[in-house]
Design a protein around this ligand. Structure first.
Ligand SMILES: O=C(O)CCC(=O)C(=O)O
Ligand SMILES: [Fe+2]
Length: 304
């Protein structure tokens, strides 16, 4: 019997795949039950900064498709999931609105975080050059929600800072990866099926044209994308392949705002969200410049 790092290697299942299917499919990883990636001091500090800014941040209140792209009736039918729009209401603090001493800015620029996320996803990653969206904070006030979508950004580290008052609301839900690494792969059929399974209310009886597997095999077919709900407590860190996994945040109930920091990473240098996505979430667009991360603390050189 061989043991490796305390994990027994045999035919038995080591990972509780029912409970942690995302560990198997590798679309999302979280610090899970320990919920302690951030210290309480850091959480309190970040929440305090957000409370001071909360009422100033831009709120988006409109519709978007799962792909966060413009509808295209010349290439996709009226009933294509590509053209299916869903409502979202969420506010977000852009990177350039965070103070330079903000714990989130400092964390984003900490090389240990980049190293950690690169190790988790198994490739060299780079900070995003998006001057607004590289590191932002979502503010979900009561009744806000974010409909199903794929991010433009390849990987996001999200950190729960403050949950909604009603623990059954403001849930982060995500599918296994539906799209491949190729950005042109829209996974129309799997996406349409997921919406039929998990967002029937939003479809209001509409049949999406790509939804063939749903029509052919009913609700419980094994090929259907499953939906996972993250145990997302203050301090929990999630690494999400957001451009491949369809995900959403359910409506917030109760008086307290749900606050989640979103730190983004890319497998190539120079990534930025499109101007359209920036405008959707921060009400303006700002293209990357060479000095986005100029406020980086100079490296500490130890004297020998
Ligand atoms: O607030 C969250 O948990 C993540 C929201 C989200 O999907 C996003 O900001 O793209
Ligand atoms: Fe997202």
């Amino acid at each position: 019997m061989a043991y490796y790092c305390g994990i027994k290697t045999s035919n038995m299942k080591i990972i509780n795949e029912e409970k942690y299917p995302w560990l198997v499919v590798r679309s999302a990883y979280s610090t899970g039950e320990d919920n302690d990636f951030l210290t309480n001091d850091a959480i309190q500090n970040a929440v305090k900064e957000l409370e001071q800014r909360e009422n100033l941040v831009y709120t988006t209140d409109g519709v978007h498709t799962a792909y966060l792209r413009n509808v295209d009736h010349s290439q996709f039918s009226e009933n294509s999931v590509y053209n299916h729009e869903m409502p979202t209401k969420v506010a977000s603090t852009a990177f350039d609105e965070l103070s330079s001493a903000s714990v989130l800015r400092v964390l984003y620029h900490d090389p240990r975080l980049l190293k950690l996320v690169s190790a988790i996803v198994g490739k060299t990653l780079y900070l995003s050059d998006d001057p607004l969206g590289c590191c932002s904070v979502n503010v979900f006030r009561p009744h806000f929600h974010h409909s199903f979508h794929f991010d433009e950004s390849e990987f996001s580290v999200t950190l729960m800072l403050q949950t909604a008052e009603d623990p059954s609301s403001g849930l982060f839900q995500y599918t296994n990866p539906l799209r491949t690494h190729d950005n042109h792969d829209l996974a129309l059929e799997a996406t349409a099926t997921a919406l039929h399974l998990y967002d029937r209310k939003g479809l209001k009886g509409k049949e999406l044209s790509e939804n063939t597997s749903f029509r052919n095999s009913g609700d419980s077919g094994s090929e259907h994308p499953s939906l996972h709900t993250l145990d997302f407590q203050p301090g929990t860190l999630l690494v999400l392949a957001g451009s491949k996994s369809l995900h959403r945040v359910t409506e917030i109930r109760g008086k307290r705002s749900r606050l989640v920091a979103v730190l983004t990473f890319a497998s190539r240098p120079g990534f930025s969200n499109s101007a359209a996505v920036q405008t959707m979430f921060w009400g303006r667009s700002l293209r990357p410049t060479k000095n986005v991360h100029d406020q980086l603390e100079p490296p500490v050189v130890k004297q020998q």
